[in-house]
Each structure stands twice: as structure tokens, then as C-alpha cells.
Design a protein around this ligand. Structure first.
Ligand code: DLL
Length: 433
């Protein structure tokens, strides 16, 4: 079953014509209705009429995460605030998070691309889905929810966490589909075993995993443990949330819904398009969004693209699994973490220096652990254990408040973290994913 035969199987020539028509329309729309883009395009001396072919998009400037942050909370909108019916956020670099406003039409679009994604995985109307992505303010939970409603699934909106309850729901209600981060599925396997339940005998036949990087080896492990088909879903809140691209059971890349999200793969250093099939940064333009459309959004995710038709019958281009990032963003237990956020916390604490290191590791049960090593200033480095413990606790609480994810803090002596003449090595990622 293909949810939207017309758009998912469109002949390539027709698809290109549609993309061009939509690109012209969205550029004209933002130039008219979005003050941010009006200024941007005027500065670059560009207009919608400058788009005569799809490659003309390359003349336009990129939109960056910083643009969203600098225009916090609603400065990127193309509609009056009264038209925004839902708002989601994701963590930003420092200070303000990234805010995304959806109109009713945008929620319809989100439902559509998520219904396509669920259908791609093998989910069929009447199937039961356990949604164990967070519902707020993260986009995972509600994105799946809207798509599942549209496809006609039976929804268990668990949200993330409360693991024993997740296992009980799986055992008692017998849902066929699980949606959560890949690392959480491994964590749940351990919890199931502890509860005396054999994960291999679970009711879940399909797992839809994303929001963080995971390897083919991790897929093998999840499929073996849960006796299920594990598929990859990609997305980001700036563009819509989950539902930008989704793997089909052929497992030969993630189908990108390019009738609504126009992809380019560029060299992050030169800004030029890379040769077809080579890895580069994914840049996305929303072709039909109305609340907060984005032109050439720099995702910072590294992928390659394959435009050959897939054995499943769809013609949409497929992106590889995410191969890395062009910035230092880490994803810890599904939460986006920028080292600069931690730096900001430390700069506000008198006793510490902005010399720090993040150590990320994954426990055998699949849970990520984040440890922050922090240098204490000479004059505050006392032998008094109580004082140091209190300081550790303060830092821990503040980091957790800023990141939205827990971390352990280890205070270290002044000058004990290796200095670098070039880029400081802030992150040691020991995860084998
Ligand atoms: O993570 C949306 C999402 C929810 C996707 C549920 C899939 C499932 P953000 O919080 O804005 O949105 O984070 C977006 O997460 O730029 C990637 O770096 C990373 N990411 C998302 N999906 C994948 C994936 C959601 N399948 C950022 N593989 C993106 C690797 C992923 N990284």
C-alpha cells in the first residue's frame, strides 16, 4: 500500500515541474508576507522572478539555525500569530531555543507526510501503534500522533519514559508498531528482561526509530532482540518534525518527500552542490508550508542522495542514513545538546572556568550517559569535600535545566583539562553507534 500514489510515485519529469512551480510560489509568498525574508532577499537583490529553473535556487542565501534563534520567538513567521495553532521548540545553541509555529494547513501537511511515513513502514489502517516519543514540546510524539490519525491507526499515546508501564502496555494491549528513539528501544529490552518478559516474543513487529543517529549494526541488534523490522525516520522541527524522510522495508535509503521538501546536497565549505551520490550537507526548502516556510535551510546533517527509483515502486529520492553533522551538536537520549550551552552555564558560575570536556558513553542497556568535566578556579579548589559537592550539585542542576537532559558533573583541578592551540576538544564521544 502506498499512501499517496500520485505524489510518491510521480514520474521524475512531472515531479521537477511541480517542484519548480511550488518553488516560485513559495518564494513569492515569503517575499510578500515574511518581513525576515523580505529584508534578506532585498539585501541579496533577489526576487521570485529570478527563479526560472530549479538550479536558480542556488543563487539564494541559506537560512541558518541562528536566524531562527535571532528572531525568537515568532520573527520568522509569514502569517499573523493568530493563524498559528500550534508551537513546538527544539534546543538551540545557546540562549533561546528554536521555535516553530504551525498553521492549520501545516498540521494537515504534517499529518500527510507522517501518514505516508507510517504506511511506508508497513503500518496499515486498524493496526495499533505505541508512541513512545515525547509529546511536548518535542515534535516526535504529536508528529506520529497526527500521521497515525490520518492513516487510521489505533493510537496508544504513551509519550516517553515510565518504562515499566511501556512494557506492561506492550504485553497487555499487544500493539503491532513501536515508535521511539532507537536507544530507548534497547533500554526497554533490558527492562523487559528484568520484568521476566522475553523481548523476542513481543507483539511489536515494526519499529520506527529516529531523532538520533543509529548505525546498521544497531539495527541488527534491535531486530534480533525484539524480533521486529526496525526502520529509520528522519526529520527536524525547523522543517516540520518527523516526516521529512522515511525508510521502506527495502532498507536502501530514506524516501524524502520532495514534492513538499526540496532537497539540495551541498559542500558545507564552498556552498556548491556536490556531485550526485557524494556526501554533503542537506539543505531543505519547504515548498508548501504557510506558517513558517523556510528557504534553503542548512540542516547541518550530512547525507548522500540517490535518485534511482526504489524496488518498492516509489520514485521519491532517497537519502542515506545521517552520516554526521557539520557542527558540534550531540544527541544524548534523543535531546540535542550543543557544547556551547554548557559553556554558557559555566560562565555564569563564579567558581568555575570555561574549561570543560563532555564525555558521552552508551551503557550496555542502550542508555546514553553524559559526564561533564569542569575545571574549578585555583582560589576555589579547596580540600573541603562538602563545598565541592555543593558546587557539583549546583552545576548539575543548572546544566539539566538548560539542556533538558541529566548529566553527571566531575570537578577537576585547575589546568588539568588538555589545552589546545586550535579547536578545543570539547567532546569525547565513546559511543559505538
Ligand atoms: O528529532 C524530529 C524527529 C522526531 C525525527 C522523531 C525522527 C523521529 P529535532 O529535535 O529538531 O527534531 O532534531 C533534529 O535530529 O537535524 C538530526 O541531526 C537528528 N536526527 C533526526 N532524525 C534522525 C535520524 C527531531 N533518523 C536533528 N538519524 C536532525 C540521525 C537524526 N539523526
Amino acid at each position: 500500500m502506498i499512501f499517496n500514489q500520485k505524489f510518491e510515485c510521480m514520474p521524475p519529469g512531472k515531479l521537477k515541474a511541480l517542484q519548480l512551480e511550488r518553488l516560485k510560489a513559495i518564494t513569492a509568498y515569503i517575499d510578500k508576507d515574511c518581513p525576515f525574508y523580505q529584508k534578506r532577499l532585498a539585501e541579496a537583490g533577489l526576487h521570485a522572478k529570478d527563479i526560472k529553473s530549479l538550479s536558480d535556487i542556488q543563487k539564494f542565501p541559506l537560512t541558518l539555525k541562528d536566524d531562527l534563534r535571532n528572531n525568537y520567538p515568532y520573527g520568522m513567521l509569514s502569517v499573523p500569530l493568530s493563524k498559528i495553532i500550534e508551537t513546538h521548540v527544539s534546543s538551540g545553541t545557546t540562549g533561546n531555543p528554536t521555535v516553530v509555529g504551525y498553521t492549520a494547513e501545516d498540521i494537515d501537511l504534517w499529518s500527510e507526510v507522517m501518514a505516508r511515513s507510517l504506511c511506508l513502514s508497513g503500518a496499515r489502517p486498524g493496526d495499533m501503534i505505541q508512541i513512545a516519543y515525547g509529546y511536548g514540546l518535542f515534535t516526535g510524539g504529536l508528529g506520529f500522533h497526527y500521521g497515525a490519525l490520518k492513516l487510521g491507526l489505533s493510537i496508544i499515546p504513551c509519550s516517553s519514559g515510565l518504562t515499566p508501564r511501556q512494557i506492561k502496555i506492550m504485553t497487555d494491549f499487544k500493539p503491532r508498531i513501536l515508535a521511539c528513539t532507537p536507544s530507548y528501544s534497547l533500554y526497554m529490552a533490558e527492562a523487559a528482561r528484568e520484568a521476566g518478559i522475553d523481548p523476542f516474543k513481543s507483539s511489536w513487529q515494526i519499529g520506527i526509530f529516529g531523532a538520533e543517529p543509529w548505525s546498521v549494526n544497531m539495527r541488527t541488534e534491535i531486530e534480533k532482540v525484539w524480533n521486529m523490522t526496525a526502520l529509520d525516520i528522519y526529520g527536524l522541527c525547523e522543517i516540520i518534525g518527523p516526516g521529512v524522510a522515511m525508510e521502506c522495508p527495502c532498507k536502501t535509503g530514506l524516501h524524502l518527500f520532495s514534492d513538499v521538501f526540496y532537497p539540495e546536497i551541498i559542500d558545507p565549505d564552498t556552498g556548491k552542490e556536490v556531485p550526485e551520490g557524494q556526501p554533503g550537507m542537506l539543505v531543505l526548502t519547504t515548498l508548501t508550508k504557510t506558517g513558517m516556510p523556510l528557504l534553503r535551510y542548512a540542516t547541518r546533517d550530512i547525507v548522500s542522495i540517490n535518485r534511482e527509483p526504489c524496488a518498492c515502486g516509489r520514485t521519491s529520492p532517497r537519502i542515506s542514513k545521517i552520516q554526521g553533522r557539520t557542527d558540534d551538536m550531540l544527541i544524548v537520549r534523543g535531546v540535542n545538546v550543543f557544547p556551547s550551552q554548557i559553556e554558557q552555564v559555566l560562565l555564569n558560575i563564579e567558581e568555575t572556568q570555561p574549561h570543560y570536556q563532555l564525555i558521552v558513553d552508551r551503557k550496555p542497556n542502550g542508555m546514553d550517559e553524559l559526564e561533564v568535566l569542569v575545571e574549578v578556579k585555583e582560589q576555589f579548589f579547596s580540600d573541603e569535600l562538602k563545598k565541592l559537592e555543593a558546587l557539583e550539585d549546583t552545576i548539575k542542576k543548572q546544566i539539566e535545566a538548560v539542556l533538558g537532559v541529566g548529566a553527571s558533573v566531575r570537578l577537576v583541578e585547575p589546568k588539568s583539562i588538555a589545552r589546545s592551540e586550535g579547536k578545543a576538544k570539547r567532546v569525547i564521544d565513546k559511543r559505538n553507534i
